[in-house]
Design a protein around this ligand. Structure first.
Ligand SMILES: Nc1ncnc2c1ncn2[C@@H]1O[C@H](COP(=O)(O)OP(=O)(O)OP(=O)(O)O)[C@@H](O)[C@H]1O
Ligand SMILES: [Mg+2]
Length: 287
């Protein structure tokens, strides 16, 4: 029997996949969500969502993708990894995403096909065309130049393609150096980690989503405080830690994650990390 069923849950509460159903709207996520939804609907062109590793960028993207996909006036596409070795490679990847079939496959034909598609679907059929690019820190300068070109396609009032870049902070110095692209970023938004109170709310939210009906709390107040201190409010760290903590409860036949459980788990984790680090040093001596 799965550990979460033993705890009276219907689903896995702390899976690490970016499932929008388990997306808790913290202040930071809520603000990014509404601002982004407005900017895309107003067809302002290029939008940038930045945040540290594991802060919830991909989950936010999937949440917005679901919302736009339900709207008949939106054509929404995603690329999860925009790595491309050349301008042509990036254009042909975009061609696949938008199902373009240029007669002869060349960069200029892909550009023409993209322009035709945007006019056909965007202007004639009046759709909002959205491209979400996750892991946008992997965009090369050549690919960013392609994005700049796509943003040149516009009517008198709006851009024909709405691009949203979701990226780790390292994109910031790169993109801000490219003046003619940086100037076009309509929305710049940084997602910060959760506040202490929000950590508690996120954990409750995910447990409720997983089917928990309020009985005894699974996490004591002190445990929640210790989890906040340890994770510093980073959602992926919280999710992974809580997953381990619930498994610990089941293994040790306990009812509540208290401060002692949290401390024991942290110490165990620190021991593993230190042991692995010393092993790496040992191995390095022999290579
Ligand atoms: N607001 C949130 N509410 C609930 N869970 C969240 C939230 N944000 C993130 N998570 C959880 O944290 C984990 C990491 O989230 P996600 O993959 O979206 O982060 P990321 O910013 O895209 O990370 P990376 O920089 O590594 O790509 C996922 O398990 C996700 O479900
Ligand atoms: Mg991500």
């Amino acid at each position: 029997m799965s550990y979460y069923k033993i705890l009276g849950l219907e689903k896995e509460p702390f899976s690490t996949s970016p499932d929008p159903e388990f997306f808790y709207l913290s202040q930071e996520h809520k603000s990014a969500f509404y601002r982004l939804r407005a900017a895309v609907s107003l067809k302002r062109g290029l939008n940038l969502i930045l945040g540290d590793v594991g802060v919830g960028k991909t989950t936010l993207m999937r949440k917005l993708f679901n919302i736009f996909s339900e709207d008949a006036g939106f054509i929404t596409k995603i690329t999860l990894d925009p790595t491309a070795k050349s301008e042509y490679a990036f254009l042909s990847a975009l061609g696949d995403i938008f199902q373009l079939k240029p007669g002869f496959r060349s960069s200029s034909n892909y550009k023409k096909a993209m322009e035709n598609f945007l006019f056909e679907k965007g202007v004639k059929e009046n759709n909002t065309i959205v491209l979400f690019i996750d892991e946008a820190q992997k965009l090369s300068p050549a690919s960013m130049e392609v994005l700049r070109l796509l943003l040149n396609y516009e009517t008198n009032v709006s851009k024909l393609i709405q691009i949203v870049l979701f990226a780790q902070m390292e994109l910031l110095p790169e993109i801000s150096r490219i003046n003619n692209l940086w100037d076009r970023v309509a929305l710049k938004c940084v997602i910060n980690p959760l506040k202490e109170e929000e950590v508690r709310e996120m954990i409750d939210f995910r447990l409720n989503r997983a089917g928990r009906i309020a009985k005894e709390p699974l996490f004591s107040d002190n445990a929640l405080n210790a989890i906040y201190n340890y994770t510093q409010g980073y959602p992926r760290k919280i999710t992974m830690f809580c997953h381990e903590a619930l498994q610990y409860l089941v293994m040790h036949k306990k009812g509540t994650v208290d401060k002692e459980v949290v401390q024991e788990m942290i110490q165990k984790e620190v021991r593993i990390v230190t042991r692995d680090a010393s092993r790496i040093v040992q191995v390095a001596q022999y290579v």
